[in-house]
Design a protein around this ligand. Structure first.
Ligand SMILES: [Zn+2]
Length: 207
């Protein structure tokens, strides 16, 4: 069972590893950061619309968490329980890893413009988050549960993208249910950190 102190330590570690600042809705300063993110998101979507003629709906930052550059505003819902928080911070950490791989601007443009890259990015992020939740709850991950998350994100994936993402998720879920850590950066990082700092938080056997 994981405690609040461990979740906070994991969050700090992932933030440091992937160059992210998580904005906690329970902190007074988060409102200001949220405003910055909201403005940046408006600017990014307007840029894409102007340059490429693609209209992107603005997600509602009160209900969704997303990674845009280094700031990760967490929604109230995403931190409702410690297990929810673990899943969310690892999911967003994976987006941080993707930004480190491709550069923030490239990752953002890819994310906004390429449904296929977006599907791949989300599939990996959801699988990483679900793996982390599994580590601390022991409740097996199902493909349907993972697929349900793919259709409820801030940028809705169209049916062919969901199919594509679902195939990636299926392979990650099979890996997790075989008792292995999926080959996703944030999943590996979160697992290694918990094992090192709070092994009692991990309630399942990982080979
Ligand atoms: Zn995501």
């Amino acid at each position: 069972m994981i405690g609040a102190v461990s979740v906070r330590a994991l969050r700090d570690h992932l933030g440091e590893t992937y160059g992210l600042t998580y904005l906690d809705p329970r902190d007074a300063a988060a409102g200001l950061g949220l405003r910055v993110v909201s403005d940046a998101l408006h600017a990014a979507t307007a840029f894409v619309q102007r340059t490429f003629g693609v209209v992107i709906p603005m997600p509602d930052l009160d209900t969704v968490s997303l990674t845009l550059g280094p700031l990760v505003p967490l929604s109230e819902a995403s931190v409702a329980t410690l297990e929810d928080e673990v899943e969310t911070i690892v999911h967003e950490a994976q987006h941080g890893a993707q930004q480190q791989d491709g550069g923030t601007l490239q990752a953002t443009v890819d994310y906004l413009l390429s449904p296929e890259l977006r599907a791949r990015a989300e599939a990996d992020a959801y699988a990483a988050g679900l793996f982390a939740r599994y580590l601390v709850t022991g409740i097996p991950v199902t493909e349907d549960e993972a697929a349900a998350r793919l259709t409820s994100g801030p940028y809705h994936l169209a049916p062919p993208e969901v199919d594509f993402a679902r195939r990636i998720v299926r392979s990650h879920v099979a890996t997790i249910n075989a008792g292995l850590c999926p080959p996703i950066s944030a999943a590996i990082e979160a697992y290694a950190f918990l094992r090192r700092t709070d092994p009692a938080a991990i309630v399942v056997e990982i080979r």
